[in-house]
Design a protein around this ligand. Structure first.
Ligand code: MN3
Length: 215
C-alpha cells in the first residue's frame, strides 16, 4: 500500500467515480472518497500531529495495535481513524468494473475447499454482511485454520485479531444509502458483481507468505 506513513494523503483511486455505475452510483463513490475517507485521513493526521511519538508507525502497525500503551482516548481515536483509512483503501482497491466473474488459482481452490463453491462462499459472506448490526464490515480472512469470514464493528480491522484480510465490503449505510436506502441486501448483490478478484488473489498470496513467516 502506498503512503503507509504519516503524513497521510488521499491517494487517488485507480478508477473514476462513475466507473462502478450502475452497480455503485457515481455520487456515492464520490462522497465516500472525498468526504468519508478524507475525514479519516484528516483526523488521523491531526491525531498524529498532536502525538509525534506515534508518527514512526506504519498504518498497518496502527491498525494491528501498537506495542506501547496509549492513553485511552488516544488509543480509541487511533483505532478509529487509522482503521477508517486502512479499511476504506482496502475496500476501494477491491472494486473493479467490469470485474472477473470468479477468482482463479490458489484463492479459487481455497474458496472451493472451505465453502464448497464460489456460490457457497457468496451465500455465507452475504449472510455475514447482513448480520452486521449498525456500521461495520464483513471480511474474508486467512487465519490459523485457513479461510474464514468475520465481521468487524465500526472501523475495527481483523489484523487486530491476528487475521489477515483478503476481501472486504463496507456495510456502513453511507456505502449504499443514496441508491438502495436501507436495503443492504441489494447493495451486496450489486457489489458481488464488481469484486476485483485479481486484487483479492494478490491479498491472499501476501497473507500466505505472512502466515508461513509466523510458523
Ligand atoms: Mn465507508
Amino acid at each position: 500500500m502506498e503512503n503507509n506513513y504519516y503524513p497521510f494523503e488521499n491517494v487517488p483511486l485507480p478508477y473514476a467515480f462513475g466507473d462502478m455505475e450502475p452497480l455503485i452510483d457515481e455520487k456515492t463513490m464520490q462522497l465516500h472518497y472525498e468526504k468519508h475517507l478524507q475525514a479519516y485521513i484528516d483526523n488521523l493526521n491531526h491525531l498524529l500531529q498532536a502525538n509525534p511519538a506515534l508518527q514512526r508507525y506504519s498504518l498497518e502497525q496502527m491498525v494491528r495495535g501498537l506495542p506501547r500503551r496509549l492513553p485511552n482516548d488516544v488509543g480509541l481515536s487511533l483505532r478509529r481513524f487509522a482503521g477508517g483509512v486502512y479499511n476504506h483503501r482496502f475496500y476501494f482497491d477491491l472494486l473493479q468494473n467490469p470485474a472477473p466473474e470468479a477468482p482463479c488459482g490458489p484463492l479459487a481452490e481455497a474458496i472451493d475447499r472451505r465453502f464448497g463453491s464460489l456460490d457457497g462462499f457468496k451465500d455465507a459472506f452475504r449472510k455475514a454482511a447482513l448480520s452486521v448490526f449498525g456500521s461495520g464490515y464483513a471480511w474474508l480472512v486467512l487465519g490459523r485454520n485457513g479461510l474464514g469470514i468475520v465481521t468487524t464493528p465500526n472501523q475495527n480491522n481483523p489484523l487486530a485479531r491476528g487475521l489477515c484480510p483478503i476481501l472486504t465490503v463496507d456495510v456502513w449505510e453511507h456505502a449504499y444509502y443514496l441508491k438502495h436506502f436501507g436495503n443492504r441486501g441489494d447493495y451486496l448483490d450489486n457489489w458481488f458483481q464488481i469484486i476485483n478478484w485479481k486484487q483479492a488473489e494478490e491479498n491472499y498470496a501476501r497473507c500466505l507468505v505472512g502466515s508461513r513467516r509466523q510458523e
